[in-house]
Write a protein that binds this ligand. Structure first.
Ligand code: SF4
Length: 358
């Protein structure tokens, strides 16, 4: 199977920009507006075949169907939380690669969490996505397809249903798949796809320092979220091995530069793990590290990983940690429980799928 420069099959047009579509249509000698019509069908009207694009001439539809394809993933599995607010999807691409995408119905709108790689090679100790390593990077079209698939489903559920915010926080390290991710950010912003404002997009990174600086220069002011999880070098390296390559101090400096350049507040994600990073020492170090930064801290009580003895702190420990940071004037939120009953931690549904397909 030949692959194009952006990772998708060369005859797969899903994930192309309107300009790229125009180039692909050149051999068919059609007017320029056909590219816009096809983009609209693919990205906004749920078309999976050329045959359903009823405002294209029949002959053109047949010719396109012979040469090109619209590579959309299939929904292979779906889990709904008991409260109906969170749905986790397992999507399978044409080559059999499967990834997870999560829909969270929040009071402020529909938020989706997309994957940027199948699996992950970063090795964070609390994360199920990394247990089997990284299978491959996703193309910009494959990342966009997750958003389009969920938006199509929301439209079917309710007229006008749509995706309101996107977080790149599923499996994979977005800044290790840089070109496809930046391509996706541009594409999902286009009015002929989801037309999302950059402020409604959050990219979460484990701290790939050079690419944080690169992203700051792209002119696309998405919100940046940094997985911190520990306030000092040794403990962070134990929780996130990538910290040996990009040390904590460099990560915080790069995030500060991102905030300065884009004017966007950086969020530091901090998974609270019982008696590992939730003590008074860590709270003090965290305050010291972030004081004076344009930043907020998002505390996330861990989804327990009993195999690794990583347990959730008691409510009183979580409350104490939060109050300590508040008393020292950090902006803090504690993530609301969403979808614990459907294992919302990334990678768990995909791992089940891998086990079953062995
Ligand atoms: S938390 Fe993110 S970066 Fe770390 S292993 Fe999981 S998917 Fe990769």
């Amino acid at each position: 199977m030949r692959r194009g420069k952006k990772g998708n099959n060369v005859n797969d047009i899903f994930g192309m920009t309107k300009e790229e579509l125009q180039e692909s249509l050149a051999p068919y000698r059609v007017p320029g507006y056909r590219a816009g019509q096809i983009a609209e069908w693919m990205y906004q009207k749920g078309a999976k075949t050329f045959d359903s694009m009823t405002n294209l001439p029949r002959g053109l539809r047949d010719a396109l169907a012979q040469d090109l394809l619209i590579g959309r993933p299939e929904i292979r599995d779906r889990l709904d939380s008991r409260d109906g607010k969170t749905t986790k999807f397992l999507l399978e691409y044409r080559d059999g690669t499967a990834v997870e995408t999560v829909l969270m119905r929040q009071p402020y709108g529909n938020s989706i969490c997309v994957s940027t790689q199948a699996g992950c090679s970063m090795g964070c100790i609390f994360c199920a996505s990394t247990l089997h390593g990284r299978a491959r990077d996703l193309s910009q079209g494959e990342i966009l397809a997750q958003a389009v698939t969920i938006q199509d489903m929301l439209k079917e559920e309710t007229p006008g249903g749509k995706v309101d915010t996107v977080v790149l926080m599923g499996s994979g390290e977005p800044l290790m798949n840089y070109d496809a991710v930046v391509g996706f950010l541009h594409l999902v912003h286009e009015p002929y796809t989801l037309g999302l404002g950059y402020r409604n997009i959050t990219l979460s990174t484990s701290g790939i320092v050079p690419n944080i600086y690169r992203l700051a220069d792209e002119g696309i002011p998405v919100s940046l979220s940094v997985s911190l999880h520990a306030p000092e070098q040794e403990l962070r390296s134990k929780i996130m091995p990538i910290n040996r390559r990009y040390p904590l101090a460099d990560v915080v400096r790069a995030a500060g530069a991102y905030a300065d350049k884009t004017g966007r507040r950086v969020t530091y994600e901090y998974i609270l793990i019982d008696h590992l990073n939730d003590g008074a020492k860590q709270a003090e170090e965290l305050v010291h590290l972030l004081k004076g930064q344009l930043a907020s801290v998002n505390l996330i009580p861990i989804n327990p990983v009993p195999e690794r003895s990583l347990m959730r702190p008691s409510k009183s420990r979580i409350d104490w940690f939060e109050q300590f940071l508040l008393r020292h004037h950090l902006t803090v939120t504690v993530r609301r429980e969403m979808g614990t009953d459907i294992q919302a931690a990334c990678g768990q549904l995909r791992n089940k799928h891998l086990r079953e397909n062995k």
